[in-house]
Ligand binder design. Structure first.
Ligand code: AMP
Ligand code: MG
Length: 423
């Protein structure tokens, strides 16, 4: 079945099962957005250092066996397994990492060997130094090793020609080391995704200026900046734009020509006669939803020209929650990441009662902590209003409460999504 286009869906949304723009389930909105996401076209060669946080654009095959020679996994004595029953073996030399023993080991002989040293000719087994008695030039086993024990064989980690990383793989510290271990110095990665963002609202004031009653500082552009930088995209900050149709139109069109993705905050509440909605209908193909979630009721997704558009709510916590729940995964796909990367969820005990309305998904801000016995548990941060940004700062996780869940007593098991990853 060919997938419907955005314009078909906008003109005839009933072709989606149970479609209700006024109560859009979180998972459905996620799946909806997913069908329009393809990796950005274009790649570039970067150095191994620069590839950190980028997505590989082409399969990488191992140019060699890793390790490329049989070597010792232990400090000990290299010998032939056929000598394992010998009463004693004669030590005829030493093999160091980077300085091999060049001779051949005959029956009844062995070589003192260090971890990482190449296995001398005639040997296939290493006896750990702690499991032998040495007496002058002879050794005796206190515990006989198994044949071929304590040897790292050539190709054991990776074989020549084997695909070590597939296109679509995100480069993390392990991948830097992995490619370095293969001697690979440059990597073909997808070009950086360009993401333009701006805030909307007459009440917004830039930091550094005095605040009058009825005004608020524009904090959304800073949380968005932080989250986007962490994802490794190229950020284009277009500022805070007043609720003025001319300015908003100019900024929106400028964003669409410069960026792969446009993100705005504020001004997308469904049903409001506001300028963003009109402008988006004029210049793009955009779906407006009221999500069945809290915080983050209004959300808009679509295209403006070739750019993907995400219209996030104005409330500061709602911006972060909708970014993490919808935008993050979408941007990773656009950046080229091939595997779906939802935030992992874990079940833990919540030690405080929770007030929750059934019928919507709630992302309460939580603190994961260890109790006296060392068990990880969670409690909400306190007040959960969508404007209380300090709750995001206090939190180290979301407590994810699904649609069917209502009020919970202390001791209930809940699902959590950890906000910080390992570095
Ligand atoms: P809106 O979605 O435009 O109706 O905004 C909802 C709420 O979020 C209002 O209280 C706004 O003042 C607030 N808000 C909107 N944009 C921002 C922003 N960039 N920074 C801080 N608060 C904002
Ligand atoms: Mg507004």
């Amino acid at each position: 079945m060919t997938k419907p286009s955005l314009s078909q869906l906008i003109s005839n949304p009933s072709c989606m099962d149970d479609y209700d723009p006024n109560s859009m389930p979180v998972e459905k909105a996620r799946q909806f957005i997913k069908q329009f996401l393809d990796p950005v076209a274009g790649s570039e060669m970067v150095t191994l250092h620069e590839s950190l946080g980028r997505v590989i654009a082409q399969d990488i095959l191992s140019p060699a066996n890793v390790p490329n020679y049989d070597n010792s996994a232990m400090d000990g004595y290299a010998l032939n397994a056929q000598d394992l029953n010998a009463a004693r073996l004669k030590v005829i030399g030493t093999a160091f990492a980077g300085k091999a023993y060049s001779g051949t080991v005959a029956q009844g002989e062995c070589v003192r060997i260090m971890t990482g040293a190449s296995m001398p000719q005639g040997t296939d087994t290493v006896a750990m130094q702690e499991k032998v008695l040495r007496d002058g030039d002879n050794i005796q086993f206190t515990e006989t090793p198994r044949p071929r024990a304590n040897v790292r064989y050539a190709g054991e980690d990776m074989q020549q020609g084997q695909c070590v990383l597939s296109a679509g793989h995100l480069m993390n510290p392990a991948e830097l080391g992995l490619l370095a271990s293969l001697g690979i110095a440059v990597v073909n990665v997808y070009r950086k995704l360009k993401v333009a963002f701006f805030s909307t609202g007459d009440e917004l004031v830039a930091i550094g200026k005095p605040l009058a009653t009825g005004q608020v500082y524009d904090s959304n552009r800073y949380t968005l900046y932080g989250m986007l930088c962490r994802l490794g995209v190229e950020v284009i900050d277009l500022g805070a734009i007043a609720d003025d149709p001319v300015l908003l139109e100019k900024t929106l069109l400028e964003a669409a020509t410069q960026a792969d993705v446009i993100i705005t905050s504020g001004g997308v509440s469904v049903g409001e006669a506001d300028y963003m909605k009109e402008l988006l209908s004029k210049h793009g193909q955009v779906m407006f939803w009221k999500l069945a979630m809290k915080p983050g009721r209004p959300l808009a997704y679509g295209k403006v020209g070739n750019a993907h558009y995400f219209g996030l709510p104005g409330n500061p916590v709602a911006v972060m929650v909708t970014f993490y729940q919808f935008v993050r995964e979408a941007l990773l796909t656009l950046m080229g990441q091939s595997t779906s990367t939802p935030l992992p969820m874990f079940t833990v005990e919540c030690t405080t009662p929770i007030r929750k309305l059934a019928g919507r998904t709630e992302f309460q801000r939580g603190i994961l902590y260890t109790d006296a016995a060392g068990t990880w548990k969670v409690k909400p941060t306190g007040a959960q209003g969508s404007a209380i940004l300090s709750s995001m700062s206090l939190a180290n996780c979301f407590i994810v409460l699904g649609e069917t869940i209502g009020n919970l007593d202390a001791g209930a098991m809940v699902q959590v999504q950890v906000l910080e990853g390992i570095i």
